[in-house]
Design a protein around this ligand. Structure first.
Ligand SMILES: *Cc1c(COP(=O)(O)O)cnc(C)c1O
Length: 483
């Protein structure tokens, strides 16, 4: 024990102090380009790691001296780590198309170009070009959304969207909150017991109602709610009927909920606004994918409740935002709520949203990455997996191509599974979970999943042009390093 201690003490003494390290000639260049504070921090971290290694008995006099000889390189790498963003791009090989933890929908090239154009200069965000005076931010995207929805329904805006208005906020949770607070604060809102759901990320309908200052009036039962249940619960205090799309789970068996049209009819008869939290923002009827049963935003728009809320970055495939669309008079009340100022979106969101909606208007929805991903046939994925497997050819990896299911994720279409293929990998000396961790340390990190002690890479969510990069990253990971 004491002999060991003496040995490591000798090794510690071979290490320079952080201050002395910076005096070494090879640091002159680094000192010119980086602040001294960052260099000191990086040097302390590097030295700290070596001290730890010495304490663990992993060093000899030779290896410590060797390290000191190249300390500038280690410090430069550490500076790179210290100064790197916390937010970085990753390769999503999970097959989960709307992975909430991985940023949901990737944007189309058109949306990205629109962001660049607006971000790199000034814009008419709140400026009326016709009059040269102050304009309204909350009017952007309104015509494009109504045009997109109307054209999908096969008619001009005048036919479907004339009496509608649109407000864009930070996300669908904000849209729901703002609508409730603007139109029902201090009053009662009717919600079916089967729809008092948690969407994920702490978004619970009863809590949102409470925070919005409205009183929740539960109607029906968990599994069955009829239109009479709503009718019987109406009172002088009722301000709104809320319908929440059960986006992330399915109820089966002895269940009943009123036809949406009947509920809208009840609202019209009693002059109580019917508000639907639609959620997904699905703009298409994806028959080919058996998404026909998935309620779409277009469908809601056609049925014309008084108000609808949807997400911008779920099945619509645009930027993170919440769309609130509804009867013009209700939208005017919403626009006067001071909370809109706190929930409003920035110019980059409008830019990306309008460009995404334009793809629907132009019937070019395959420009939208998530729509492309949804539509890739399983066979095409099998071919890419095979090519990747052949290109990989690394002794340390046992590979095969296996059938899997991709899912939509993001709390949408929970029952839907898309037939897909994955590249399955088994490393000769790492467990699957160790290999997953090594993949996460690559640049960019590769996020995959694990099944039966194999790592699975589902290529549905990997853009085909990144297959080559993925092969390089897999090779680097197999060799145990990082690219
Ligand atoms: C996803 C979802 C939300 C929350 O949407 P965000 O844009 O993530 O805030 C709200 N309601 C429903 C029905 C949803 O599916």
């Amino acid at each position: 024990m004491s002999a060991g201690q003496t040995a490591s003490e000798k090794l510690y003494r071979l290490l320079p102090s952080a201050d002395a390290t910076l005096l070494r000639p090879e640091f002159l260049v680094l000192l010119e380009t980086r602040s001294r504070a960052v260099l000191i921090e990086a040097t302390r971290r590097v030295l700290g790691r070596v001290r730890l290694e010495i304490a663990e008995g992993r060093h000899t006099q030779e290896s410590v001296l060797g390290f000191v000889g190249v300390i500038a390189e280690a410090v430069a790498r550490e500076v790179g780590r210290i100064l790197s963003s916390t937010l970085v791009p990753v390769l999503n090989a999970t097959g989960v198309i709307l992975h909430t933890n991985l940023g949901r929908a990737p944007l189309s090239d058109e949306a990205i170009q629109a962001i660049v154009a607006i971000a790199s200069g000034y814009s008419n965000l709140e400026f009326d070009l016709a009059t040269g005076s102050r304009g309204r931010r909350d009017r952007h995207a309104e015509p494009m959304l109504l045009r997109a929805l109307s054209s999908i329904l096969g008619g001009p805006v005048e036919k479907f969207g004339e009496s509608w208005g649109v407000v864009v906020v930070n996300n669908c949770a904000a849209a729901t909150f703002l609508a409730l607070n603007s139109l029902a604060e201090g009053g009662e809102v009717l919600v079916s017991r089967g729809e008092l759901v948690e969407i994920g990320g702490g978004f619970r309908i009863p809590e949102i109602l409470l925070k919005a200052g409205v009183v929740l009036r539960e109607v029906g039962t968990t599994n069955r709610t009829r239109v009479e249940d709503y009718a019987n619960a109406l009172s002088g205090n009722t301000r709104m009927i809320l319908r929440v799309h059960q986006s992330n789970f399915r109820m089966e068996g002895f269940t009943e909920k009123p036809d949406f049209a009947e509920l809208i009819e009840l609202g019209k008869r009693t002059a109580i606004p019917v508000f639907e939290d639609q959620g997904t923002g699905l703009m298409l009827c994806l028959d080919d994918l058996h998404l026909r049963e998935e309620p779409s935003l277009v469908d809601s728009f056609r049925k014309a409740p008084d108000l609808i809320a949807a997400s911008g970055d779920k099945l619509l495939g645009g930027p993170q935002c919440g769309l609130l669309l509804g009867r013009s008079d209700l939208m005017e009340t919403i626009r006067t709520n001071p909370l809109l100022r706190a929930l409003r979106v920035d110019k980059l969101t409008y830019a990306a949203l309008e460009a995404t909606l334009l793809s629907y208007v132009a019937q070019q929805e395959d420009d939208i990455p998530i729509i492309r991903m949804l539509r890739i046939p399983a066979e095409a994925l099998r071919e890419r997996c095979k090519l990747m497997r052949a290109a990989l050819a690394v002794d340390l990896l046992e590979t095969s191509v296996v059938p899997v299911h991709s899912v939509i994720g993001g709390g949408a279409a929970p029952g839907l599974k898309l037939a897909s293929f994955a590249l399955s990998l088994r490393h000769s000396s790492h467990t699957a979970s160790d290999f997953l961790a090594i993949l996460r340390r690559q640049t960019p990190p590769v996020i995959a999943r694990m099944q039966n002690d194999c790592v699975l890479l589902d290529l549905r969510t990997v853009p085909p042009e990144q297959d080559g990069m993925l092969v390089r990253l897999l090779r680097a990971a197999a060799a145990g390093g990082s690219e």
